[in-house]
Design a protein around this ligand. Structure first.
Ligand code: HEM
Length: 154
């Protein structure tokens, strides 16, 4: 699938750094999602009826971590197995839950943008175009796999 060893290590190494600061990372990630697409707010059950982003909401932290962690894990699987594989769950279930929540393909672009901006901010001096490209590609392949399941389910 054209994911290189270098790309894999860039994703892995940056996730190792970022995961040490999950509360801040997840807050920033969600803030960016809502800045780019305010309407996304209504999709998240835990954000409805609230004007601010709950700092310590466990569900909201969980989604942020999952997007990062799954993108990273799927990047590793890309090299080992040459296809998108997710840990702990199935692509079929991921497709079903997003379809049910009303997520549509353009939302994946919003989340991608927020993810890449979060990586850039979090990594500071250690950020590079190559690192950005590696995250972008790993995310795209995972997002396409989820979207395929959503299409199959719809
Ligand atoms: C739920 C992962 C993209 C919106 C979930 C869940 C997972 C997940 C694992 C199950 C709930 C949980 O355990 O937290 C991912 C991954 C994505 C992705 C890996 C991209 C590669 C998106 C996008 C949106 C979105 C683009 C739309 C902005 C949601 C919503 C839920 C959900 C609304 C239900 C949360 C709730 O209200 O309980 N996602 N997601 N996700 N996802 Fe995603």
């Amino acid at each position: 699938m054209g994911f290189s060893e270098k790309q894999e290590s860039l994703v892995k190494e940056s996730w190792e750094v970022m995961k040490q600061n999950v509360p801040e990372l997840s807050l920033r990630f969600f803030t960016l999602i809502l800045e780019i697409a305010p309407a996304a707010k209504n999709m998240f059950s835990f954000l409805q009826n609230t004007d601010e982003i709950p700092q310590n909401n466990p569900k909201f932290k969980a989604h942020a971590v999952k997007v990062f962690k799954m993108t990273c894990e799927s990047a590793i699987q890309l090299r080992e197995r040459e296809k998108v594989v997710v840990a702990d769950t199935t692509l079929k279930w991921l497709g079903a839950i997003h379809l049910q929540k009303g997520v549509i393909n353009p939302h994946f672009e919003v989340v991608k943008e927020a993810l890449l901006r979060t990586v850039k901010e979090a990594m500071g001096d250690k950020w590079s175009e190559e690192m950005n490209g590696a995250w972008a590609q790993a995310y795209d392949l995972l997002a396409i796999a989820i979207q395929d399941e959503m299409k199959a389910e719809a």
